[in-house]
Design a protein around this ligand. Structure first.
Ligand code: F0G
Length: 379
C-alpha cells in the first residue's frame, strides 16, 4: 500500500527528540483535515466592511483536530509523551484534565500497556470525555475544585510517587503538538499569515509557535533539542498568533491568574495556565494577541461551523472562530490574509451543551408512512 499515514512520530521523526530505541506508541494520530471555509470568509469580509475595513480576498481554513483518534489535538502530544514513558519503563501515568487530556492519556496508556490515573474537576467534564476515560480503564478521581486544583495535586502526586506526569508541562507533549504547524505548512506550501486558536492551559499555542518557528529555521525557548534546527527551513515566515480565551476564564487578558474561572466551554475553564511564559512569548514575538469572547459568541460560532462549514467541534474549539469574527468586527483582519483556525476537539464529546443551545429540539414523531414523512419535511 502506498502513502499510508504512519502516525506523526514516523512522519516527522527527524524533527522530534527521539532515541533510536524508543518504542513508538501510536494510534496513528495527526494528518487531520485542513478545510477551506468560504462561508467564514464571507462573514469576515462583511463584518470588516461594516467597520469600513477591506478584508476581501482572505483565505480561511479550519484545522479539524477532532478527527484525531480520541477526538482532540491531545493525541499529538500523547504519542510522544507515552513513547518516552514506555522508553523509561514507568508503569503508571497521571494527568489533571478538563476532559480531553484524560481521554487521550487513557487511550494511549492502553496502547503503551501502562496504568493511567486521571484527576478531574467534579461535575465539569463533558460526558463523552468522561466515558472515554472510563472505557479505556483509567482510574478516576473527581476533585471538589477546578482544573488548577487538579493540576496542583497531580504535580505533587507525580513528584512523590513513581508516576509519570503527562500534562503539557511534560515537554514531550509540546514536541508532539508542534507537528500540527508542520502539517499546515506542508498543506499550504508555506505558513499562514495568522493562526487563531483557543487558549486554556496554554500548551497548544506554545507548541504551534515552536512548530512554526522550527519550520522557519528559528529556535524558541520551548524547543528542547537542536537537531531539528539543522534541517532546511520549510517556510518563509511565521504567522501572527491570535489566542482566544473565554471571557470568564481569561487570565491572559487580565494579565494575572483568575481565581474562579467559569465558562460553558469547560475544556478551557482554566484560571492559572501552566505554560504562561511560553504563551506570552508566542503572543508578543509573533506580534499577535490574546483576547476573550463571550460564551454566547462561542456557542454561536459552534453553530456557524456546524451549519455553514460542515464541521461539528466542541465549544472550546469554536472559541477560535468566535474570536476571528469578533476581531473582524474590530477591523483587525487584513485583506488577502491566509488564516488558519484550529478546531481543537470533536463536537460529539459534548452533545448536551450543543443541544441545550438549540433548545433541545427533538424531531417530530410521525406514523411509519411516506406521506407523513413528506408532510413533516414540508416537501
Ligand atoms: N480546546 C480543547 C478542546 C481543549 O481540551 C483544550 C485543553 C484547549 C482547547 C486548550 O488548550 O490547554 O493547550 O491551551 N484541554 C486540557 C485538557 C486542559 O485537560 O483536556 P491548551
Amino acid at each position: 500500500m502506498a502513502n499510508v499515514w504512519s502516525g506523526l512520530i514516523e512522519e516527522y521523526r527527524n524533527r522530534l527528540p527521539l532515541e533510536p530505541g524508543d518504542p513508538v506508541v501510536t494510534l496513528f494520530e495527526g494528518n487531520t483535515p485542513l478545510v477551506r471555509a468560504s462561508r467564514l470568509e464571507e462573514r469576515v469580509a462583511l463584518a470588516s466592511e461594516a467597520v469600513g475595513v477591506d478584508a476581501s480576498g482572505t483565505r480561511i481554513y479550519v484545522k479539524f483536530e477532532g478527527a484525531n483518534p480520541t477526538g482532540s489535538f491531545k493525541d499529538r502530544g500523547m504519542t510522544m509523551a507515552m513513547t518516552k514513558v514506555k522508553a523509561a519503563g514507568t508503569q503508571m501515568v497521571a494527568c489533571a484534565s478538563t476532559g480531553n487530556t484524560s481521554a487521550s492519556a487513557a487511550a494511549y496508556a492502553v496502547a503503551a500497556g501502562v496504568e493511567c490515573a486521571v484527576v478531574l474537576p467534579a461535575g465539569k467534564i463533558a460526558l463523552g470525555k468522561l466515558a472515554q476515560a472510563v472505557m479505556h480503564g483509567a482510574r478516576l478521581v473527581a476533585v471538589d475544585g477546578n482544573f488548577d486544583d487538579c493540576l496542583r495535586i497531580t504535580r505533587e502526586l507525580t513528584e512523590k510517587y513513581p508516576v509519570a506526569l503527562v500534562n503539557s508541562i511534560n515537554p514531550y507533549r509540546l514536541q508532539g503538538q508542534k507537528t500540527a504547524a508542520f502539517e499546515i505548512c506542508d498543506a499550504l506550501g508555506d505558513a499562514p499569515d495568522i493562526h487563531v486558536l483557543p487558549v486554556g492551559n496554554a500548551g497548544n499555542i506554545s507548541a504551534y509557535w515552536m512548530g512554526y518557528n522550527e519550520y522557519f529555521g528559528h529556535k524558541v525557548a520551548s524547543s528542547i533539542e537542536d537537531s531539528a534546527m539543522r534541517l532546511k527551513p520549510q517556510s518563509t515566515k511565521v504567522p501572527r498568533m491570535w489566542g482566544i480565551q473565554a471571557e470568564g476564564a481569561a487570565p491572559f487578558v487580565a494579565g494575572k491568574p483568575v481565581e474562579n474561572p467559569e465558562t460553558v466551554a469547560t475544556a478551557i475553564r482554566i484560571g492559572n495556565p501552566a505554560s504562561w511564559d511560553y504563551a506570552v512569548a508566542a503572543r508578543d514575538d509573533s506580534q499577535g494577541l490574546i483576547t476573550a469572547v463571550s460564551d454566547a459568541a462561542i456557542m454561536e460560532a459552534q453553530a456557524i461551523l456546524a451549519a455553514e462549514v460542515g464541521v461539528f467541534c466542541e465549544p472550546a474549539s469554536a472559541a477560535s472562530v468566535a474570536g476571528l469574527l469578533a476581531l473582524a468586527a474590530e477591523g483587525k483582519v487584513p485583506a488577502g490574509a491566509k488564516i488558519v483556525c484550529t478546531l481543537t476537539g470533536n463536537g460529539l464529546k459534548d452533545t448536551a451543551t450543543a443541544m441545550e443551545n438549540r433548545g433541545n429540539i427533538a424531531p417530530q414523531v410521525i406514523a411509519p408512512e411516506l406521506s407523513a414523512a413528506v408532510t413533516a419535511l414540508g416537501l
